[in-house]
Each structure stands twice: as C-alpha cells, then as structure tokens.
Design a protein around this ligand. Sequence first.
Ligand code: SF4
Length: 226
Amino acid sequence: MDRLAEPLRQAGLKRANISLDSLRRDRFKEITRRDALDRVLAGIDATLAAGLHPVKINAVVVRGFNDDELEPMAAWARDLGVELRFIEFMPLDAPGDWTRDQVVPGGEILARLDAAFGLEAPDPRGSAPAERYRYRDGRGAVGVIASVTRAFCAQCDRIRVTADGQVRTCLFATTEYDLRSVLRSGTGDDAVAQVYLDAVARKQWGHRINETDFVQPARGMSQIGG
Ligand code: SF4
C-alpha cells in the first residue's frame, strides 16, 4: 500500500481493510515471517494520505501471544484515526494449530476496552460481521468480530472470490465454485451469473466450530483472501 494506495484510489478504490496483528516488530516478524512492520505502517499512512475512507485495521487476538496489545493497539488506532477491529482467533490458521483456549472472547475484549477507554452502547449491526462501539470521548470507534463465541452466521450475507477465481460462500466452506474457468471460457455474463446463483443457493447456514463434526477447510485464511 505504500506504493499502491494512490494508484488504487485513482482506479476507483474507496476504502481499505488492512491486517495487522501486532505493533511489536518481533511479533510481526514471527506472524508474517517478514521483518516488514515498518512497511505496513508506511502503507497505512499512505492509505490515509490517499484519502481512502474508512481505513479499517483487522487484528486477530490470540491468548498468550498478542493479547497484551489490546489497549496499546486501540490507543494507537485512536491517535491515527483508523478503525481497529479485534477478531476472535478462528480455526483458519495455515498450520492447523488453533485450540479453543487461544480464543480471547469478544466479551473479554470489550470489557478491557471499556475499562481502558469507555465505550458507548453498540451501533446497530445489520449484516456486518463486526459489532461496532464508539468511544465515549468521541475519538473514534472500535469493532469486535466474535466469530467463535457469538457467531453471527444467521445474519451473514457475505461471499468472496479468491485470487485464483473460486467463489466461496463462507470462510469455512469446504466447497468452492470455479468462476475462473467460466470467465476464461468466454461463455458470457449469464454463465458467470449462474455460478453465483448456484453458489448462493447452497450457502451453508454457518460454521460448525462449536460442533463435534467441525472440519477445518483445506485452505487457510491467507489463501482465501483474508
Ligand atoms: S456464514 Fe461463514 S462467512 Fe458468514 S459469518 Fe458464518 S462463518 Fe463467517
């Protein structure tokens, strides 16, 4: 984003979500296997300078790993004017190391933020994944995505297309719909539309993280565009 924020805005991009799970250089490197925290911070600055709005920062909270950064990250986001969204750790990690005791529940996250900064009652949510709370002092808002402990699948209207052209109707889908080959076949818009219709018609009711028959999808978050 430090190079592309402005060209992307000129191409029509209006808003941005950026993943950042730690403000500590050593942790960032451990998570991403790159010593590139400074570049991501520069990218966030460039995104703001390009006038994209809102700029949301997604941070996955993992107990015993980065949960000591809740308040520092919230303070940083408030100072910078970006909207931070804390996300419960979901079993979408590439190594498959997720365990339930690593999940910091959304309720615990909110209680800590409320104690540190003071939060208003939540905004109306609709189909958005995040519960959004304004800070009582008027300096911004914070979101919590409690996918594990307060699943919101019944309201979910999201689908996604991966970088390799597969339509997924849920983060935890084990089935994908091949949009790329239909696009490349040149059979036209109706065929493309049919891929979406077939996919949406089969959208599952939700994840089964809390069920004994849960199956972790073969592709992790970074492979499906998150
Ligand atoms: S249905 Fe799937 S994508 Fe939608 S909220 Fe539930 S887990 Fe997430």
